[in-house]
Design a protein around this ligand. Sequence first.
Ligand SMILES: *[C@@H]1O[C@H](CO)[C@@H](O)[C@H](O)[C@H]1NC(C)=O
Ligand SMILES: *[C@@H]1O[C@H](CO)[C@@H](O)[C@H](O)[C@H]1NC(C)=O
Ligand SMILES: *[C@@H]1O[C@H](CO)[C@@H](O)[C@H](O)[C@H]1NC(C)=O
Ligand SMILES: *[C@@H]1O[C@H](CO)[C@@H](O)[C@H](O)[C@H]1NC(C)=O
Ligand SMILES: *[C@@H]1O[C@H](CO)[C@@H](O)[C@H](O)[C@H]1NC(C)=O
Ligand SMILES: *[C@@H]1O[C@H](CO)[C@@H](O)[C@H](O)[C@H]1NC(C)=O
Ligand SMILES: *[C@@H]1O[C@H](CO)[C@@H](O)[C@H](O)[C@H]1NC(C)=O
Ligand SMILES: *[C@@H]1O[C@H](CO)[C@@H](O)[C@H](O)[C@H]1NC(C)=O
Ligand SMILES: *[C@@H]1O[C@H](CO)[C@@H](O)[C@H](O)[C@H]1NC(C)=O
Length: 399
Amino acid sequence: MFFSPAAFGLSALVSTVAAKTIDVQVGSAAGDLTYTPEAVFADVGDQVVFTFHQKNHTATQSSFAAPCSLVNGGLDSGFMPVAANQTDNFPTWTVTVKDTKPLWFYCRQGANTAASHCGKGMVFAVNCGPDGSANSFTNFKQSALNIGAQLQASAAAASSTPAASSAIVYTGSTTADYGSATIPAEPTGTIVTDTITAGSATWTTTYSSYPGSPDPTPSSATPNVIKVVVGSSNGDLTFSPDSVSASPKDIISFEFHQKNHTATQSSFAAPCVRLKDATTGNVIGLDSGFMPVDANATEFPVWNVTVNDTTPLWFYCRQHTPAGASHCGAGMVFAVNAVENSPRNFSAFKALAGTLNGTTSTNGSTSGSSGSGNGAATGAVFNAALSLGALFAAAAFLL
Ligand SMILES: *[C@@H]1O[C@H](CO)[C@@H](O)[C@H](O)[C@H]1NC(C)=O
Ligand SMILES: *[C@@H]1O[C@H](CO)[C@@H](O)[C@H](O)[C@H]1NC(C)=O
Ligand SMILES: *[C@@H]1O[C@H](CO)[C@@H](O)[C@H](O)[C@H]1NC(C)=O
Ligand SMILES: *[C@@H]1O[C@H](CO)[C@@H](O)[C@H](O)[C@H]1NC(C)=O
Ligand SMILES: *[C@@H]1O[C@H](CO)[C@@H](O)[C@H](O)[C@H]1NC(C)=O
Ligand SMILES: *[C@@H]1O[C@H](CO)[C@@H](O)[C@H](O)[C@H]1NC(C)=O
Ligand SMILES: *[C@@H]1O[C@H](CO)[C@@H](O)[C@H](O)[C@H]1NC(C)=O
Ligand SMILES: *[C@@H]1O[C@H](CO)[C@@H](O)[C@H](O)[C@H]1NC(C)=O
Ligand SMILES: *[C@@H]1O[C@H](CO)[C@@H](O)[C@H](O)[C@H]1NC(C)=O
């Protein structure tokens, strides 16, 4: 095609004899966030013709003082989306210069977010002050970049995902309560009370915040149901998936398959022992109870746990019969919101279970921990209430 911005400029020149046309390329085939040139000088009556290239930019009028905001009554090209594979017929938008006062423009794509084009320096000026003066283009662009830096900083602070590259260092370590292992110390956290809003729901939550822990912000107004299969028809000693990330209000739905498993909450430091309150020593870990499932079963009992914040949750199967066959020690563990780039990651948890209760540990097959008696009693309740198999059996009996 012969059509080009230069050709367009020429024809415009022919039709508006008295004034000149100034061409400005907005963006580029490479996706640059630029106006080229980024500052021009125009006489009254001149036309500034913006030609929009790939991406989806605007030319929007701002003030010098607020480079990334539409000035009251300002001009705006609107969004000009251009597909990556478009090679000609780029859209244009023309501004006629009415006086010699400075005109300031920016691209409003991604406005008020970390992706703000303006915040990345995508600004343009007509008749700006000379370099060194207060209203120079350099000063205008720098103040746009400052806005961008602020937007990026607040987005990073609000972000729930820690930077993947930066490993999180927890200082210190402790010795395991039983067996022999060194446990990376629990990070020093702060307790935060926060009001959370999702859709029309608002609630207050108290959660521990520490390096790597995400904010307790739900991913959606309706909870996600995360299905976790416990065991399998092959008799595998697995939770599948074995490590998940969940937002507050999400439901972890444990579905028990063949064999006779539990989903029981532990701490990181004692992966195969039911969670106890650190101060009172009382057993507080959640527990599904034993869920025996026949080899020929086709209906599977389900046990749900609601996630309330983003503190990591650790689970294991507390089955350890026949003697010497600790399911937990064999690696049957599960985690919610383990901080992967920290020493307390899922694989460290699983390895610790093997060290403390596996076949190589001296204490792997013991029974009669203080947690299991209590757990069995709780388990019976869950078993009766939640076993789908039992419900189906009852329904069949009634028929
Ligand atoms: C262009 O960007 C605007 C603002 O982000 C968006 O609303 C619009 O859908 C985009 N257009 C295309 C075709 O991507
Ligand atoms: C550009 O790509 C889109 C699909 O991504 C296609 O539909 C369109 O035909 C392409 N246009 C040209 C000019 O190649
Ligand atoms: C490990 O088991 C041995 C033998 O049963 C016992 O003497 C020892 O106290 C146990 N150690 C721990 C830390 O439980
Ligand atoms: C399931 O395992 C528990 C603990 O080992 C045991 O007490 C219970 O009898 C088992 N249930 C069945 C049906 O095998
Ligand atoms: C499964 O097999 C057992 C015997 O092995 C039988 O008692 C039971 O009724 C069977 N259950 C189903 C659901 O087929
Ligand atoms: C979340 O809170 C509910 C209601 O208080 C409770 O039943 C549930 O066990 C809690 N979940 C966890 C993982 O502690
Ligand atoms: C793990 O070992 C401890 C200490 O011997 C024991 O109290 C606990 O019951 C074991 N847990 C499992 C699931 O084997
Ligand atoms: C996971 O934990 C182990 C054991 O603490 C540690 O050696 C490893 O570096 C951790 N992984 C990451 C990505 O931090
Ligand atoms: C578990 O949660 C799911 C999703 O809310 C629900 O459909 C199911 O009935 C629950 N099951 C039990 C046993 O509570």
